[in-house]
Design a protein around this ligand. Structure first.
Ligand code: BES
Ligand code: MN
Ligand code: ZN
Length: 494
C-alpha cells in the first residue's frame, strides 16, 4: 500500500474517509475550524452537546458529509495537546484506522494534528503511516473472507507547520516500519503446521533477497559442526530439523560497532516431555515471536539503508516429545562448553538462545539484544502488555530503554543480582536449566548471561506483549509485532 502526502486543505480532500484529530481544548486549529465552518458549525454544536469531547482516542463518525469533498468524516480525540506522547498518539491513530478498515477499496486521508504537545511533527507523521499499514491488516491469516482490507489509497494531510521534505521521509519510514510489523505479525499468526524451522528460514531468505539483505541458513549438520549442542538437544523430539538464520546488514563501515539481534524461534512449544497442559499450549505457535521480531526489524533496517552494522540471528526449533526427545536429567554441552543439566524440557528457549548468543559473540557482536517469549513468570510480574528488560551493562540497557521510550513502547527493567545464580546450581553439571519456583524471569535471564562472555547485552522477555489474549481499541488479539519499532530505533541510534 502506498502512502502519499498532500498539502491540500482538509475541507478540499476527496476521499471516502477524512480522519481529523480533535483536541479536548477549544483551540481547534485552522483546519478543524475550517471544516466546522464548511459544516455550518455542526462540530461546535456536537462539542456543546457533549458528543465531541476530544478525549483521547474518542471516535465520532459523521457518515455523510455533502458539504465537504470527502464522503465521510472520522473525528478522533487527541486529548490535552500538552499531554500527547508517542504512545498515546500511536494508540489513537491505530484506533482510528481500525475503525474504518473493515471495508474493501476505501480511499482514506488522515490529517496530521496541528497541536502535538511534546511530539515532533515527523514522529506524528511516521506514526500515522505505520498505523495506516498495521491497522488495516487483521489477524485473520487463514480466513476465507478477510476482516480487514488495506486501503485503495491512503494520504497523509500535512498541517501548515509541516516541512514537506522531512514529512516525506517520515511517511516513508513509517510505511517501512508498518510493513515490517505486519511481516512479524503474519509469521507469528500463521499456524505451526505452516511455520516450522525450515519454512521460517525459507521465508526469511525470500524476504531478505527482496531487500538486498545477506541471509545465511544453517542446517542441522552445520549446527552440529558449530557445536550447537544445547539448541540441537531441544530439536531432537521433533521430525522438523533445526535451523539458524543469520541476516547481515553491514553498512556502518569497518570501524563501526556491530549490533547483534537474537531471536528465540521455537516454532511450536509443546513443553517437550515436561508437556504443557492444553490451555498453556494453545498459543504456543507464538513462541517464535522473538525470531519474527528480529526478522521484521532486519528487513526494515535494510530497507531504510541505515548506515550501521547489524546482524540478526534466529534460532529455530520445534519443541516436541518424540522418542528421541531430550530428557530430564540429560546433561547438554552448550557451544561455549558449559554443561547444563536438564530439569525441565519446557525451559527450552534459553537452551536455544544460549548457543545462538555465544555464536553471535564469536562472530563480532559488540553489543547484543535478544528477544524471547521466555517465561510465564515475566507475564506474572509485569502483566500482558509490558516486556521485561534484563542486562549485564546498564549503559547499554539505558540506550535500549530510551529507544523504546522514543517509539512509545513500554519496557520495564528487572534486577540481575548475583545471588540469583545460586538458584541455577546443579549437582552434576555447571548449571541446570531452571531456577525454581520464584523469580523465574530473572533466573532465565541469569542463565542466558552465562553465554554472552561479558559483552554488553540486553534480554527482552516478550512472553506477555508478543501475543495479545484479547481485543482492545488499538489492536486485536493475536500477534502484536511489538518491539520491531524499538529495535529499528536502537539500530538507528547505535
Ligand atoms: N514459551 C514458554 C513461555 C511462555 C509462556 C511464552 C506464556 C508465552 C506465553 C517457555 O518456553 C516456557 O515454557 N517457560 C516455562 C519455564 C519454566 C519451565 C521454568 C514457564 O514459563 O512456565
Ligand atoms: Mn517452554
Ligand atoms: Zn518456549
Amino acid at each position: 500500500m502506498e502512502v502519499k502526502l498532500t498539502t491540500a486543505h482538509a475541507r478540499e480532500i476527496d476521499a471516502d474517509w477524512l480522519v481529523i484529530g480533535v483536541p479536548e481544548t477549544s483551540e481547534w486549529g485552522t483546519e478543524l475550524t475550517a471544516l466546522d465552518d464548511a459544516l455550518g458549525e455542526q462540530l461546535s454544536r456536537l462539542r456543546e452537546a457533549g458528543d465531541l469531547t476530544g478525549k483521547l482516542a474518542e471516535l465520532l463518525t459523521i457518515p455523510d458529509t455533502p458539504a465537504l469533498n470527502t464522503r465521510r468524516l472520522l473525528l478522533v480525540g487527541t486529548g490535552q495537546p500538552n499531554d500527547l506522547t508517542v504512545a498515546k498518539w500511536e494508540k489513537t491513530a491505530m484506533t482510528a484506522v481500525r475503525q474504518i478498515s473493515s471495508k474493501r477499496d476505501l480511499r482514506i486521508a488522515f490529517c496530521v494534528p496541528e497541536q502535538l504537545g511534546t511530539l515532533s511533527n515527523e514522529r506524528a507523521i511516521e506514526t500515522i503511516a505505520t498505523a495506516l499499514i498495521v491497522g488495516s491488516r487483521g489477524q485473520d491469516v487463514c480466513k476465507t473472507e478477510r476482516s480487514r482490507y488495506s486501503f485503495l489509497a491512503a494520504q497523509i494531510v500535512l498541517s501548515p507547520n509541516n516541512d514537506a521534505a522531512l514529512a516525506t521521509q517520515a511517511a516513508e519510514r513509517g510505511r517501512i516500519i508498518g510493513e515490517a510489523i505486519n511481516l512479524t505479525r503474519e509469521l507469528i499468526n500463521l499456524p505451526p503446521q505452516d511455520i516450522y524451522p525450515e519454512t521460517f528460514a525459507a521465508r526469511a531468505q525470500q524476504e531478505a533477497a527482496a531487500c538486498g539483505l545477506t541471509c545465511q541458513v544453517f542446517d542441522e549438520k552445520q549446527l552440529e559442526a558449530e557445536r550447537f549442542g544445547s539448541m540441537l538437544a531441544v530439536a531432537k523430539g521433533s521430525d522438523r530439523p533445526a535451523r539458524m538464520v543469520v541476516l547481515e546488514h553491514l553498512r556502518g563501515g569497518p570501524n563501526a560497532p556491530t549490533l547483534a539481534l537474537v531471536g528465540k524461534g521455537v516454532t511450536f512449544d509443546s513443553g517437550g516431555l515436561s508437556i504443557k497442559p492444553t490451555d498453556g499450549m494453545l498459543t504456543m505457535k507464538c513462541d517464535m515471536a522473538g525470531a519474527a521480531t528480529v526478522l521484521g526489524a532486519m528487513i526494515a533496517i535494510a530497507r531504510l539503508r541505515l548506515p550501521v552494522n547489524v546482524i540478526g540471528y534466529a534460532g529455530l526449533v520445534e519443541n516436541m516429545l518424540g522418542s528421541k526427545a531430550y530428557k530430564l536429567g540429560d546433561v547438554l554441552t552448550a557451544r561455549n562448553g558449559v554443561t547444563i543439566e536438564v530439569h525441565n524440557t519446557d525451559a527450552e528457549g534459553r537452551l536455544v538462545l544460549n548457543d545462538v548468543l555465544s555464536y553471535a559473540v564469536d562472530h563480532g557482536a559488540d553489543r547484543m539484544i535478544d528477544l524471547a517469549t521466555l517465561t510465564g513468570a515475566c507475564v506474572v510480574a509485569l502483566g500482558e502488555d509490558v516486556a521485561g528488560a534484563f542486562t549485564n551493562n546498564q549503559t547499554w540497557c539505558d540506550q535500549v530503554l530510551a529507544a523504546a521510550k522514543a517509539q512509545g513502547e513500554d519496557l520495564w527493567q528487572l534486577p540481575m543480582f548475583d545471588f540469583y545464580n545460586d538458584l541455577l546450581k546443579s549437582d552434576v553439571a555447571d548449571c541446570k536449566n531452571i531456577g525454581g519456583r520464584w523469580g523465574g524471569a530473572i533466573t532465565a535471564a541469569k542463565f542466558l548471561e552465562k553465554f554472552v562472555s561479558g559483552k554488553p547485552w540486553v534480554h527482552l522477555d516478550i512472553a506477555g506483549p508478543a501475543f495479545a489474549s484479547s481485543n482492545k481499541g488499538h489492536r486485536e488479539g493475536g500477534a502484536t509485532g511489538c518491539y520491531v519499532r524499538t529495535l529499528i530505533e536502537v539500530a538507528e541510534k547505535s
